[in-house]
Structures are given as C-alpha cells and as structure tokens.
Design a protein around this ligand. Sequence first.
Ligand code: C2E
Ligand code: CA
Ligand code: CA
Ligand code: CA
Length: 280
Amino acid sequence: VAKRQGRALDTYCLSMREEVRQRHKMQQDLAEAIKQEQITMAYQPIWDNHSGQIAKLEALVRWHHPHWGQVSPAEFIPLAEETGLIQRLGALVLWQSCRDLSRLQKSGFPHIQMSINRSTMEFQTIDTSASEWLQVIHHFDLNPADIVIEITESLLMESNAQHKSRIEALRDAGCKIAIDDFGTGYSALNYLRNFPVDLVKIDRSFVRHIPFNEQDRLLLDGIINIVHNLGMQVVIEGVENHEQLDFLCQKGCAFTQGYLLSRPLAYDDLIDYLALNQQG
Ligand code: C2E
Ligand code: CA
Ligand code: CA
Ligand code: CA
C-alpha cells in the first residue's frame, strides 16, 4: 500500500511540476502578448428593453495565443494579477475600449456607452484621483458619462478609504459606476447603502432557473425592486432564452445582456450588427 501511495504521490508531484512549468510559460507568453498587442477586445451588447435599442457595450478582453489557442480571461486575468502584469493589461483594455467607443460614436452611433471591467487589483495601482484613466477618456474626446466602470463587491468589501476616493473621483468626473456579479459576494445590501453606485449587474446565477423556479423568481423580483427603489439601474446578465427575457420585461427590468441577444463581438462584426439592429 505504501508503495502504491508513493507512486501516486510521484505522479501527483510530477503533474504539479508540469502545471507550474505551464503556468510559468503562460506568464511569459502573456507578457509577450501584451508587448506585441496580441490582446484584443470583444464587445457584448446590453439592450434597453424599453427602447429596444442597444444602450451599452461590455468590453471583454480576448487573448488568442498561437499555441494555447483562445485563453479565457477567467484564467489569465488572475494570472496577470499575480504577476503584476495587470497594470499594463488594464491600460491596454482601457485604451482599446475608449478608442473603439470613440470611432463607433463617430460612425453614427453617438448614444452608445462603454462598460469596462476593472479588478480590485487594478484599483489598487492607480492614483487616488484616477487621473490616468480620466486622461485616456479625455484623449479620445469621450464624454465621461458614456463610460461605466464595472467593479466587484470585493472592492467595496475592503472598505478602504483610498478605494472610496478613487470611485468618487471617477464619479465626480462624470463616469458611472456599476457593481458586477451582484449577489455573489457577502452582505451585498450593505454596500448599496455606503457606496455611490449607478448600476447593479445581477449575476447570471439568479436568472438561470427563472421563470420556472418560484424561489428564484421571488428573489430576483425582490432584488430588482430594491435596486430600482434606490434609484439605480439594473442590468441582468446571462439571459439565454425567451422565457427569461419575457419575465424580466414584465418586471420592468430595463437592461439585459446575454447569449440570447448577442455574444461578445469583435469590432468589425459589431459595426455590422449595429447597422442591422440599431437606429443610431
Ligand atoms: P464578467 O465581467 O461577469 O463578464 C461576463 C461573462 O459572461 C463574459 O465571459 C461573457 O462572455 C459571459 N456571458 C455573456 N453572456 C452570457 C450568457 O448568456 N451565458 C453565459 N453562460 N455566459 C455569458 P468572459 O468574456 O469569458 O469573461 C469572464 C470574466 O473575466 C468576466 O466576467 C470578468 O470578470 C473577467 N474579464 C473579462 N474581460 C476583462 C477585462 O477587460 N478586465 C478585467 N479586469 N476583467 C475582465
Ligand atoms: Ca463584467
Ligand atoms: Ca458579471
Ligand atoms: Ca466576474
């Protein structure tokens, strides 16, 4: 038995070593990808159900590697955070998203807004007045009110005074703040009391089983009411079928996003898509 266990341990250590080696390789590749700008953006439409128009786009980072293929941001964002590459990656994301919003607005879609993800780590590394980010927004001649910054509850959870002043600086400049993945963290309602946010994005796990699961239906209905009563907008993520969309429209939820409506699109595809689906 001991011998068998020993062999199992050897295999385990080997695969651990292999994993470490692969991670190290991926880190180097990511650094290279950032330098060579192999990083691109995809944009997923967020619909306004009342007007039937696309109101916003969520900017989602993409990395296509010649050997690894398409690497998920859920995999390389944490890697970038561990290795300190997140600053350069985040700068690239902001730059491309603002550049693309600017040319999009000039191509006949002046009312579309851009929603940009910022991890907690990215917030730690900017100056408290968020001036680096605001400079990029101004560089592309954008109205800060057309930029939404998506943050997660973990940023608010730290109740750090510097985080708060960064959020306030962005808001003072006119940017909108959204809480992403709402409902997946702890004591979420408390943040709504203490932090000035404009938008709440409800995590797709709350939508998955509606309208068939009564408990989920009541919960979602309650959350939507609370957020609306606080004067904030609600975006529901992960809408994948018509039953879900119908339920949400009935509840007066204005903004929806998900595969049913559109997958994230590369810029050129987005332009074609908007030409077909948007009145300008
Ligand atoms: P997220 O911010 O919650 O983004 C939504 C994710 O759900 C995206 O995955 C999107 O493609 C996916 N999605 C959209 N509609 C549906 C749907 O109907 N069903 C399902 N099952 N999924 C849907 P993606 O692009 O793989 O991004 C994963 C996560 O990586 C994001 O989650 C976000 O936390 C992070 N991320 C992506 N881009 C960036 C970025 O530029 N900066 C930072 N800091 N994080 C990013
Ligand atoms: Ca997001
Ligand atoms: Ca989300
Ligand atoms: Ca997320």
